[in-house]
Write a protein of this length. Structure first.
Length: 230
């Protein structure tokens, strides 16, 4: 990562500004940069204990977003209809065959040509950190239903091993990543329902996680639910 980018990130950290990172894939230098930034944020607010879970969540959400873009490219190249259940199932089986350690390089270049991006934003202060990961491949109805089912199952499982044993299938790799996020949050004493994933305006998919830095802070979702109940 170039020094000027690291310096800019340090300035953002010092002034509590919002950090936004855009990429076409998730390469090692990007992972290292985000991991270091998360550690510095949590250390600044005396919550270094939250760094490991945030690192896991950020990495998994970034990887899932990038793979969603890559999947869209693969489906387009192979004339696979993501809105057809049979096509989607067969397409996912074929897509799994092309996933290897080089996919973030080869498909990262294809994503750049297709203008498919992954954007991670970090909004933080002394009370909380909000991380949003966006990719401009909106989920189809099939994909959104599957993701919500995976999150629901992840909420119900005590740990990652239970999820893999009882619920993992061979057609949707993102399920394991989401379950890992959920179980990591739970192990850190965080409410896993502070993690959400949805399609916005049929233009992009947004994953959002809000992590409190102290017990007195009431997360946005909790405040919203209280307003509805009241």
């Amino acid at each position: 990562m170039p020094k000027d980018i690291r310096d800019a990130a340090d300035h953002i950290l010092e002034t509590d500004q919002k950090l936004v990172v855009r990429a076409y894939g998730v390469i090692h230098s990007t992972e290292d940069f985000l991991r270091n930034f998360v550690r510095k944020v949590t250390e600044k607010f005396a919550r270094a204990d939250l760094a490991p879970v945030l690192e896991i969540v950020v990495k998994e959400l970034m990887m899932n977003a990038a793979k969603a873009n890559f999947k869209r490219i693969f489906f387009t190249e192979n004339n696979i209809d993501a809105n057809n259940h049979d096509d989607y199932r067969d397409g996912m089986q074929r897509f799994r065959d092309v996933i290897d350690e080089n996919i973030f390089t080869t498909y990262g270049l294809k994503a750049r040509d297709a203008k498919l991006t992954v954007e991670a934003s970090f909004d933080f202060n002394q009370d909380r950190i909000v991380v949003e990961v966006r990719n401009n491949s909106p989920m189809t109805a099939i994909e959104e239903a599957r993701v919500r089912e995976k999150l629901k199952r992840g909420y119900e499982c005590a740990d990652m091993g239970e999820f893999l044993l009882e619920h993992m299938d061979e057609t949707e790799g993102a399920g394991a990543g989401l379950a890992l996020c959920v179980t990591a949050m739970r192990s850190a004493g965080l409410d896993p329902r502070l993690l959400s994933l949805a399609t916005h305006a049929a233009k992009e998919t947004v994953a959002r996680v809000e992590v409190p830095f102290h017990a007195a802070y009431v997360p946005t979702r909790t405040r919203y639910q209280s307003q509805l109940a009241g």
